[in-house]
Design a protein around this ligand. Sequence first.
Ligand code: FAD
Ligand code: MLT
Ligand code: ZN
Length: 477
Amino acid sequence: TSTQLPNLKRGDYSSLTDADVQHFERLLGAGGVLRDETDIAPYNTDWMSWYRGRSRCVLLPRTVEEVSAVMKHCFDRRLAVVPQSGNTGLVGASVPVFDEIVVSMRRLNKRFDFDPIPGILQCDAGLVLEELDTRLGEFGYMMPLDLGAKGSCLIGGNVATGAGGVRLLRYGSLHAHVLALEVVLPDKDGTVLECGPALRKDNTGFHESHLFIGSEGQLGLITQVAMTAVPKPNSVQVAMLGCDSFLDCCKVLGDAKRLLGEILSSFEMMDSETMRCLKENHGRHNVLSTPAAFNLLIETSGSSQEHDQAKLNKFLESCLEKGLAVDGVLATSVEQANTFWALRENATLALMDDGYVFKHDISLPLKHYYRLTEAVRERVGSLAKRVITYGHVGDGNTHLNVTASEFSQELYDRLYPFVYEWTTQHGGSISAEHGVGLLKKRYMPLGKSPAHLAQYGRLKRFYDPRLILNPYKMLTM
Ligand code: FAD
Ligand code: MLT
Ligand code: ZN
């Protein structure tokens, strides 16, 4: 479907036989093995419809023992495997390239244990992020992680991606929350590895679970997650501010950190192109009446509504008085706050209506943050339908998206390697939170020393000696 696919040759793996299928059916029962082309199709295609694999078999284990037995067999037979959770990843890491077997974690979703005093959650990797959030709500807690795909992504997929999202500014990354993981290795025994006890403090040995955060299904299959949840705030306030320049956005961020302090929980940006796209493609209107080049969605989470509202109001007034913002509005109800958030959360979907999307997920020092968009806009000219940027400004994470009615090689050649070289030359990272997958595999060497890459290769072989796990992605072996 897409020529964003690097030049790849099928690896020296075995091909699936009837005997393999029968073996899997014995292990998982008939409902645990999908073979019908129509049933398999959604597992072969990524969320962006950039890639289409040719897998002929999807396995749906329900227990860690089943995952272990599957991996033992795949190791024995040298069958390549793609671990898949919600398949909402945005770098083509969760779908097969050739005929790899898909091991879907969807049915591994029974265990949910929560201890509300220390706030520690232990659960199966196949639970949906939003469902976890809802269930924790009954205890007065919530997940520290929140992102637009929460209704479909699974916690194991979030951990394997090292996903960031819109609350990272306040609660930190998954590295701050994951305490322990249960992982099945792709080795001769299908070894089940317990990485750490579910304790806040444990300083014995290497902290191996961190290696699996963001490992993109390269090292093992995550089957259980132990992590900290965070108390659900009593008061959540949301504001939208319009700024005329990106420099003003940065000054507003500085003030937000100073004036809102510990209650600041999100600081998101949508440029005017994003707003135009939301309106034209989705009929969603900006909540600000004054058009501005940049729209900031600011959220606070705290314990006292009166106190938080007063703080946010004062902050808003100060931004308007100083001339940093040209317009500002505070949501006065939960419904209104949801409308504000719906703009930001629907940006990803709205731009897909343009046809084809070249998506980026880049970390940059703030002084260069929007300069990248300007440089790309100038470089692609009228070849692009739109050049749109939204993102987690509070974390220095920009989502620059370039759209066209269909894939264009000319546009592709204008964009790459320019975007990624520009990013590394300006002290950025080519993947802030989505990972590398297939999309950025060929740019992986940018910003990484050969010594680093060699070390990654040694680690990969250590955990996955037959290189059967998620081949062709992230690492060049
Ligand atoms: P998948 O897409 O199925 O898998 C992702 C990767 O993990 C693949 O490499 C896969 O092989 C591997 N994997 C999956 N499960 C396991 C497992 N159990 N063990 C080992 N490896 C595994 N990301 C952000 O960081 N921040 C955002 O704000 C954000 N917003 C998004 C909004 C939308 C609308 C969409 C569609 C995506 C968004 N994403 C965002 C991308 C994001 O990374 C995913 O939504 C999510 O984290 C992936 O989880 P998943 O369950 O869909 O995993
Ligand atoms: C977001 O922040 O909206 C997501 O990472 C998805 C995207 O980049 O479109
Ligand atoms: Zn994001």
